[in-house]
Design a protein around this ligand. Structure first.
Ligand SMILES: Cc1cc2nc3c(=O)[nH]c(=O)nc-3n(C[C@H](O)[C@H](O)[C@H](O)COP(=O)(O)O)c2cc1C
Length: 385
């Protein structure tokens, strides 16, 4: 049998075989590099989809190096995802005066006393070790303008903006022959992003992993399709197999943006214990919490969530809460208290029973969607206009 055919206008727009993108997942915490690695990008693009590098935790040099490494390993299209929160975009890039890396322990001392004292209390009570992690002072997230410029110079085929609106860079990206994608969790933002001139909008439902909004996928996708029109919409949040892909196409999306399922792959950038946590998790085993970033994000439920609830503390604004949570999680990891550690992950975790190569995940997803659309639905559903 030849390769199955599953095409939408997304395939023509991006020059890909199948309408499946692996999501641009950055690091969950300071000290990690990325969830969506070079290997994941290459595997997904080589399998006929489009892999997106999670470059939020990289320095600009590391990002450019990763882009060039992808190009060495595949001639297929790929994407790069950055976080562009409006506050950092309007404040401008952080200067690179001073050291490029500083110890996380030094940064933690600058947190509000309430949070720092609570951290020391937990460390003392649980006998946690000192940590030895360096914080990057020049990541793409604090230098968004220079990072965007580097992506344009590298002519990245698809530029993706996680947080924020990439409208400010669309003209320059188009002049370089690139496409631009923005992500939204509600119709208000989907409309704002579409009107800023992007080529594609991702509508991510409440059930998705990482930063996530309040509206469920099946309610959001068709509403986003309507409001963003004529800009095409990709569905995200809760897609783990061919059933999710077929459902997304049925509501009018041109393709899918898949995070958690590709994270739990051989190539996904997580520690094995975290991948195992996704495999073990049922549909109810994730929580949406302010704990990790100060914004609402979904992660695998673990005992750190309970500990945080008892703290009585308010979350700090992004990105201070990221530093606070990273310090705590690093201590749990070094103490091997993995019951206090869980990755960003979505409710689709309950559907994931195995860590597989990313190319197999994509192949299985496409085959199942084709079977549903070409065989199962015509056989099982009687429909006549
Ligand atoms: C570990 C992890 C890290 C993430 N980091 C980012 C990020 O840096 N930028 C971004 O645009 N989205 C990020 N996301 C969200 C994904 O891009 C995607 O929208 C989401 O995973 C889709 O839902 P799903 O997990 O149900 O597939 C992250 C998701 C996960 C699971």
């Amino acid at each position: 049998m030849g390769r199955p055919v599953l095409r939408t206008k997304l395939c023509d727009m991006l020059g890909i075989e199948y309408p499946v993108l692996s999501a641009g997942m950055g690091p969950s915490l300071v000290g990690e590099k990325t969830g969506a690695t070079v290997d994941l990008v290459v595997a997904v693009s080589e399998a006929g989809g489009l892999g997106v590098l999670g470059a939020a935790g990289f320095t600009i040099d590391q990002m450019v190096e990763a882009i060039r490494e992808i190009r060495k390993q595949t001639d297929k299209p790929f994407g790069v995802d950055l976080l562009l929160p409006s506050s950092t975009v309007s404040d401008g890039d952080r200067d690179l005066d001073g050291p490029l890396e500083i110890p996380l322990t030094d940064v933690l001392k600058t947190l509000p006393k309430s949070h720092y004292d609570w951290m020391l209390k937990v460390k003392d009570e649980m006998g946690l070790p000192d940590i030895d992690v360096m914080v990057n002072t020049g990541s793409t997230t604090v230098r968004p303008h220079a990072a965007v410029k580097a992506c344009i110079e590298e002519k990245v085929p698809l530029f993706c903006a996680g947080l924020g609106n990439p409208g400010f860079m669309v003209k320059d990206a188009h002049a370089a022959g690139m496409k631009v994608l923005g992500i939204s969790g509600n119709t208000k933002n989907a409309q704002r992003i579409a009107e800023s001139g992007v080529d594609l909008v991702v509508a991510q439902g409440h059930e998705g992993g990482g930063h996530t909004g309040r509206v469920g996928s099946l309610a959001l996708w068709p509403q986003a399709v309507d409001i963003a029109a004529p800009t095409p919409v990709l569905a995200a949040g809760g897609i783990g197999d061919g059933r999710g892909l077929a459902a997304a196409l049925a509501v009018g999306c041109v393709g899918v943006w898949v995070g958690t399922r590709f994270l739990a792959s051989h190539e996904g950038g997580l520690m094995d214990v975290q991948k195992d946590a996704i495999v073990r998790a049922s549909d109810e085993d994730t929580r949406r919490t302010y704990l990790y970033t100060g914004k609402t994000s979904r992660a695998t439920y673990n005992r750190f969530h309970d500990l945080w609830e008892t703290s009585g503390l308010e979350p700090l604004p992004f990105p201070l809460q990221v530093l606070f949570a990273s310090g705590m999680v690093e201590m749990f990891i070094q103490a091997q208290k993995f019951e206090y550690v869980g990755p960003f992950a979505g409710q689709v975790s309950g559907l994931i029973n195995e860590i597989k190569p990313a190319g197999d995940i994509l192949k299985d997803m496409v085959e199942e969607a084709v079977d549903i659309l070409a065989r199962r639905l015509p056989e099982e559903v009687t429909a006549k206009p």
